[in-house]
Design a binder for this molecule. Structure first.
Ligand code: ADP
Ligand code: MG
Length: 700
């Protein structure tokens, strides 16, 4: 059934086939409904007129009121242009056009006052307006009932089809002549609308495009943000309720493996936080429902041990466990560590990665299928279709941000009864974001570091301090410590980055010569075996300095390393810097992080570096990161988010998100299936959203 909103966009007056095509391609606007939900990104106050003398940069759109005179052609051939003078009480500014001459020549009368709207451009060190919007003041006065004018994002291709911001606004004006309240029925329960003092959906959508007052504009924005976040939360919480109903493996009581390990081989006392989280996991695995738990813990908080003890619970009940890491190096390290810890116990642990040799791989696959392997550690290789477990009881995913939701789902499919899933992340996600992105997971937090850790001291140096840094490295090596020096390496500038790294390596090797000093170098261009060998040399303390790219970022554990030097630190993101810094401060000694940057820093760069200097708290750092980069860019959210938020901003709309979440929980608690009369609109909206997405319009 086609409703008004699913009418194909080409049926709108003023939209021919060409414009329709551009709208579809550039903005994914296929239907009336899509256009209505194409919200403005900003508003201009149209009551304000600038004076010509107030214009001093090319940054902002301005509105002027004045007269047009002195039309004249300048230049020849392709550089031919039409110019004129725009004059108000304070002065004059040049107008220039490069095309449309015929029409322009007779368009303006010197006696008339015009309203000009546009962004100044700079030409020959002077400001002018090229192709500004102009209309007679009398028309302007009559037309603009509202004082705010909405601005819409468009693209170059759209502008070529006269679909600039004004063009979009014009289409919306046309469309709204036909829009009736019944086309935009309410989808929020009345009680919520009243409790949160929201305006109706119809009113909000109309006002977001054509606000008459600043209050109207704010009300519309708030209502639509609330709605957007509320609907996401409803979906999320419903999923969670459904999943909780899903069957899960019930583990038996703690047995030989767990107890034997706990009593005889556990190398340290667990922190209270580790104990608390283990209890939560234990409870989940006895509940009869599948566990879906996110374990957040700052770098160094001891997540690995929580993972191992959880896997031992699983093994005790005759099930298998999997531990999946995002990189080869990390998988190997987990494997060595776990094998070492379990060496005196009768538990078979194997490693499966992309570089496992074919013969060994075949053997491992067979053993996994025959239940001869109790713990399988690996990389993405673990989720390949060829990997079949006899009875997978739990999958632990380390450093989750490298894995997408889809990959998680793949693990769940490996059994008839889905295995328990523990997702561990060292990049703490701010609460707001966690609520939105992982609302379907339960969250545990390791909010305590093992005892005796000293917070890492972080300093910011520039090139001028280079000598001092070299001296400091020498001192630390004399104290028996090891040093990391990390260089950025990104694909776009790979060549020059590699050069920087190798020059840095040579510089360090010259300053720390053999035989007294030994320097390792590790980067992504090395063969996996060489990389591993170099890493192992450093891990064993055979080399003093490790020069590397971010391959060492995730999880690598060398407690004796006490200095992390990050070159070109301004080029790293905050969470990456925090991860890197987490590589030191793992032993009992005071550790240091030295952020080397160029002298000049961007605003954001400064803020990132300062944040690192100011705090060691991963959650605080994540908050700042979210504010600086926006959630779309935040590591891990790129693949897993998938919410195409139209209006809400997860970085700045925390209060609304919290309200919306509360409202969603309340709604579902009172009416889990959304069957009550009051939730009819919501129910209807949700089912229409999921079935009809204007598919027919998109196909045609
Ligand atoms: P992360 O949470 O970053 O993965 P790890 O699991 O690598 O942290 O642990 C960091 C270091 O702390 C390791 O050397 C580990 O052996 C040690 N560790 C973990 N838990 C404790 C504890 N309760 N007491 C002392 N050391 C611990
Ligand atoms: Mg770890």
């Amino acid at each position: 059934m086609t409703s008004f909103l699913s009418t194909p966009i080409e049926y709108l007056k003023g939209v021919g086939p060409e414009k329709a095509n551009v709208l579809k391609k550039e903005l994914e606007i296929f239907t009336f409904g899509d256009l209505i939900k194409y919200f403005p990104y900003k508003y201009v106050d149209r009551t304000k007129f600038y004076a010509v003398t107030e214009i001093y940069d090319t940054q902002t759109y301005v509105q002027l009121k004045g007269k047009i005179s002195g039309m004249a052609y300048v230049g020849n051939g392709s550089s031919k242009r039409l110019t004129a003078k725009f004059t108000d009480d304070t002065g004059s500014i040049e107008l220039v056009w490069f095309k449309g001459f015929k029409w322009l020549e007779g368009a303006f009368s010197p006696a008339e006052t015009y309203v000009l709207y546009g962004k100044p451009t700079e030409f020959n060190k002077k400001l002018n307006f090229s192709h500004p919007e102009l209309e007679p003041f009398t028309t302007f006065e009559n037309k603009h009932s509202g004082i705010f004018r909405a601005l819409y994002n468009t693209t170059e291709k759209m502008k070529n089809k006269s679909l600039d911001s004004k063009g979009i606004a014009r289409l919306l004006e046309t469309l709204f002549l036909q829009v009736r309240p019944e086309h935009l029925p309410e989808n929020l329960p009345q009680s919520i609308i009243q409790a949160y003092r929201l305006i109706s959906r119809y009113e909000a959508i109309q006002k977001i495009h054509f606000p008459k007052t600043i209050e109207a504009q704010n009300q519309a924005i708030r209502r639509l943000k609330f709605e957007e976040l509320f609907l996401i939360q409803i979906g999320m919480i419903k999923n969670k309720i459904l999943k909780q109903k899903g069957r899960g493996i019930v583990l038996g009581s703690l047995g030989k493996c767990f107890n034997d390990f706990y009593e005889n081989y556990l190398p340290f006392q667990l922190t209270n936080a580790q104990k608390k989280v283990l209890k939560e996991i234990r409870k989940d695995t006895l509940s009869g429902h599948q566990m879906n738990r996110l374990l957040q813990g700052d770098v160094g908080s001891g997540k690995t041990m929580v993972a191992l003890l959880s896997l031992l619970m699983v093994v005790d009940s005759g099930y298998q466990g999997a531990l999946m890491a995002p990189t080869e190096i990390l998988a190997q390290q987990h494997f060595h560590e776990v094998s070492r810890l379990l060496q005196n116990m009768d538990i078979r642990v194997e490693l499966l990665t992309g570089s496992t040799k074919a013969k060994a791989k075949k053997e491992i696959l067979l053993a996994a299928e025959n239940n001869e392997i109790q713990i399988l550690i690996g990389t993405h290789a673990l989720i390949e279709d060829t990997v079949k477990f006899a009875n997978l009881g739990m999958a632990v995913i380390d450093e989750q941000h490298r894995f997408g939701v889809a990959q998680r789902a793949k693990l769940w499919k490996k059994n008839s009864i889905p295995p328990h899933v523990l997702v561990m992340t060292a990049t703490p996600i701010p609460r707001t974001l966690a609520m939105t992105l992982y609302g379907d997971l339960d969250v545990s937090v390791l909010d305590e570091l093992p005892p005796g850790r000293k917070p890492v001291t972080t300093v910011h140096y520039s090139e001028a301090h280079r000598l001092r840094v070299l001296g400091f490295i020498k001192e630390q090596i004399q104290l028996g410590r090891q040093i990391y020096i990390v260089y950025p390496l990104i694909e776009e500038s790979e060549k020059s980055d590699m050069k920087n790294l190798m020059e840095g390596f040579e510089h360090i090797s010259t300053n720390f010569p053999l035989p007294e000093y030994r320097v390792s170098v590790v980067h992504g261009k090395l063969k996996s075996a060489d990389k591993d060998a170099e890493m192992q040399r450093f891990v064993k303390g055979e080399t003093h300095i490790m020069v590397a790219t971010t391959v060492i970022e995730v999880g690598v554990n060398v407690p004796n390393a006490s200095v992390m030097i990050i070159e070109n630190a301004e080029r790293f993101g905050l969470s990456q810097l925090h991860q890197l810094r987490g590589r030191v401060g793992r032993g009992a000694e005071q550790s240091f992080c030295i952020l080397m940057t160029s002298y000049k820093l961007s605003q954001d760069g400064k803020k990132r570096i300062q944040t690192m200097v100011d705090t060691n708290d991963g959650f605080k750092i994540a908050e700042v990161d979210l504010q600086l980069r926006g959630p779309g860019e935040l590591e891990g959210t790129r693949q897993s988010g998938g919410y195409n938020l139209k209006i809400a901003n997860l970085a700045t709309d925390t209060p609304i998100l919290e309200e919306a979440r509360k409202a969603a929980i309340l709604t579902l608690e009172e009416d889990p299936l959304l069957q009550k009369q009051e939730n009819y609109g919501l129910h209807k909206y949700l089912s229409e959203e999921s079935s009809d997405k204007g598919i027919w319009a998109k196909i045609s």
